[in-house]
Design a protein. Structure first.
Length: 103
């Protein structure tokens, strides 16, 4: 899963096949296909390890069920693997505003 962090407004948002932008509108991006994406603006691409993230979603769901039975249960949630995506990565490309045609 790819996300963008806008260095201007600090918004973090996921990408989809439809163009999305941050709160200030300076960072935009979208998937070209199921794996490759493009973006523009003052962004840092971020990735989630899909299997790690989905495992924590399942574990968190179980913890929430237990909390209903015991309101005194408190936990910080489950950790998962996330990482910044370097500029040289082939699966996401920064494009210039003049090249703003994503497809």
């Amino acid at each position: 899963m790819k996300l963008l962090f806008c260095k201007e407004c600090t918004a973090v948002f996921s990408l989809s096949r439809k163009e999305k932008s941050c709160d200030c509108g300076k960072t935009k991006g979208q998937y070209r296909d199921h794996m490759n994406a493009v973006y523009q603006g003052p962004a840092m691409p971020i990735g989630f390890n899909n299997s790690s993230f989905m495992s924590t979603v399942a574990i968190q769901s179980l913890l929430e069920l237990k909390e209903k039975d015991n309101p005194d249960v408190c936990c910080k949630g489950e950790e998962f693997t996330a990482f910044t995506i370097p500029a040289w990565a082939k699966s996401i490309t920064k494009i210039k505003e003049k090249e703003a045609k994503y497809t």
